[in-house]
Write a protein that binds this ligand. Structure first.
Ligand code: FE
Ligand code: FE
Ligand code: FE
Length: 189
């Protein structure tokens, strides 16, 4: 049956965000473990707790429009998670390089969420659903703050990642040198 109403569209958008938040709730603790920077890791762990609240707020938004909370498959968030996982398996990055890559993964997720919340808020506003707007605004503010944190810590995080990457590369070169010595000079690459 064709979708014909804005309330149905709002329901769809809420379902999309619910799916995205639940997906992130699973992926974020894993990503936090990839991060050695203590400030970033702590902030990511805090964002996991925020995400739990966000899921509750979305469930409340469903209740406010008299609907049962139902997640709607969101290929975009699955794609963002896959992009992260594919990079890991295809590029086999060292830990510092993965950590640098994760800044982009995180920022992409926050911006997807920001766009989704702004979209749903605009629809809710046009329908006069003030409670829904307020609930979504609370979530949006957390996503904006997280995106800002990632951007503000990027320079320092990349500097650290660069130094760590150089150290890791030097270590692996030294190892190779050692192995080459053992195996004979001719095998040195
Ligand atoms: Fe979120
Ligand atoms: Fe989506
Ligand atoms: Fe977020």
């Amino acid at each position: 049956m064709p979708m014909q109403s804005l309330p149905d569209l709002l329901k769809h958008e809420l379902g999309d965000i619910l799916f995205a938040e639940k997906t992130i709730l699973k992926a974020l603790p894993k990503m936090a473990r990839e991060v050695s920077n203590p400030d970033m890791r702590a902030r990511m762990e805090e964002h996991v707790r925020e995400t739990q609240q966000q899921v509750q707020n979305i469930e409340r938004a469903f209740a406010a429009i008299g609907e049962r909370a139902k997640a709607e498959k969101c290929p975009a968030i699955l794609g963002l998670v896959k992009e992260h996982d594919d990079f890991k398996s295809e590029e086999e990055p060292t830990k510092p390089i993965l950590e640098a890559f994760d800044l982009g993964s995180g920022l992409r997720v926050e911006h997807y969420e920001i766009a989704a919340y702004r979209t749903a808020m605009a629809i809710a506003k046009s329908l006069g659903q003030r409670d829904v707007v307020a609930l979504l605004k609370a979530n949006l503010d957390q996503e904006l703050a997280m995106a800002k944190f990632i951007e503000q810590s990027a320079a320092a995080a990349l500097k650290m990642a660069g130094e760590n990457a150089a150290a890791v590369a030097a270590k692996s070169a030294a190892k190779k040198g050692g192995a080459a010595k053992k195996g004979g000079r001719n095998q040195a690459a």
